[in-house]
Design a protein around this ligand. Structure first.
Ligand SMILES: Nc1nc2c(ncn2[C@@H]2O[C@H](COP(=O)(O)OP(=O)(O)O)[C@@H](O)[C@H]2O)c(=O)[nH]1
Ligand SMILES: [Mg+2]
Length: 370
């Protein structure tokens, strides 16, 4: 795994999320630098921190330095020049995650478009600097090259948009294809670092991946489990991200495409979050799921990290989220495995309700569940 030094805010939520994003992009965070302010003009960080970073980077030799804020091209350039290492800012990191998770043609195009927008903002800044003559030969390119570069991005964006119009029509076919395979599809959704991957591994861990041809085409984020004699495909999806820039929303949603054809959505919520954080994230998840056309009766609410809070706080938080009356709510600890079997029962019940005739078939066989 590629190693990363992470520079982020000195706040637990920010650290956890940024670490989660690094991991989702395939980086192992080997060192974290925590700062209260990351928007200083020249390097984002102050000169003192830069010196400290230089020392650590020389020792650790990371593949990349992740900066958990947006960097202007000039700041990125200054940092990369001082440190002689690749610098990846927050938006660049998020785009890498989306790129690795985009599976359909449409999703790939949406991500490409977001990447071009990211480049466009940077090209504009370069054009501005070149026009002002402020930094002649900035990043080794002159005004003419900057113009060519800028126009090239514009042209590529146009091409991607044209292709997107066509790809929309193919999406429906892709979806139907998955449906027709006849499996129940369960997808995990929720914020980055809520515990989706931990839950995914805990609930699918014991099942060996079948070498059956049908399943070799599945990505590493989809596994097959058996619930009540029936094969169920479980997928880990890309996490929700706080402060997602507006221009990335389409790309983000397109990577969540599988949620639209899932039979069951497990919404993983980190119950150890503060009430304020909990409410904000919950509302944002519900809004996005609604925008994707996911019906509420398909959602199972999994309140994770039960081990981190006191028992009397649990009910308070369930009440706070207005989930007391909901039968499809369960508190679990994905780490210890507490209540994972109960969660499987809820999945089983939901499948039965959605598909009563599948259930009858198994009843008559008289075989034990699981
Ligand atoms: N204490 C505790 N930590 C957990 C639990 N589930 C996940 N975590 C931790 O939370 C962090 C994020 O988990 P991960 O599964 O990567 O989250 P994801 O981003 O939603 O996939 C990791 O450090 C996990 O070890 C849990 O039930 N209890
Ligand atoms: Mg994950």
């Amino acid at each position: 795994m590629d190693k990363a030094i992470l520079i982020t805010y000195d706040k637990e939520d920010a650290i956890n999320e940024a670490k989660g994003l690094c991991e989702a992009a395939g980086y192992e965070v080997v060192h974290i630098i925590k700062e209260s302010y990351l928007q200083k003009p020249k390097y984002g960080i102050g000169v003192g921190t830069l010196e400290k970073l230089q020392e650590i980077a020389d020792k650790i030799r990371p593949d990349v330095i992740v900066f958990d804020e947006i960097l202007k091209p000039s700041q990125n350039y200054n940092l990369a020049t001082e440190l002689q290492r690749e610098i990846l800012d927050r938006e660049g990191l998020i785009l890498e995650i989306f790129e690795s998770r985009a599976s359909s043609a449409e999703s790939k195009l949406q991500v490409k478009l977001a990447q071009l927008r990211y480049e466009m903002v940077r090209a504009k800044e370069k054009v501005r600097l070149a026009n002002m003559g402020e930094q002649p030969g900035f990043m080794g390119i002159g005004k003419f090259e900057v113009d060519v570069y800028y126009n090239d991005i514009k042209h590529r964006m146009h091409t991607v948009k044209m292709k997107l119009e066509k790809a929309g029509k193919q999406r429906e076919l892709h979806r139907q294809g998955r449906k027709r395979m006849g499996f129940t599809i369960v997808s995990l959704a929720g914020y980055t670092s809520a515990g989706k991957t931990t839950l995914f591994n805990k609930s699918t861990g014991e099942t060996r991946i079948q070498s059956n041809e049908l399943f070799t085409t599945l990505s590493t984020t989809t596994r097959r489990i058996i619930i009540n004699q029936e094969p169920v495909l479980m997928s880990d999806t890309v996490g929700f991200i706080s402060k997602l820039p507006a221009y990335m929303i389409d790309a983000f949603k397109s990577t969540l495409e599988e949620l639209t054809y899932s039979d069951i959505i497990i919404l993983v919520i980190d119950i150890s979050d503060s009430q304020l954080e909990l409410k904000k994230k919950f509302a944002s998840c519900m809004r996005t799921l609604d925008e994707l056309g996911v019906k509420e009766e398909k959602i199972i609410f999994v309140l994770n990290k039960l081990d981190l809070i006191k028992k009397d706080q649990i009910n308070n938080k369930i009440e706070f989220l207005n989930l007391m009356e909901n039968e499809k709510v369960i508190t679990v600890s994905s780490k210890s495995g507490e209540n994972i079997d109960e969660l499987k029962k809820i999945i089983e019940n939901t499948i039965m309700i959605q598909n009563p005739h599948k259930y009858k078939k198994n009843e008559s066989k008289g075989v034990e569940k699981y």
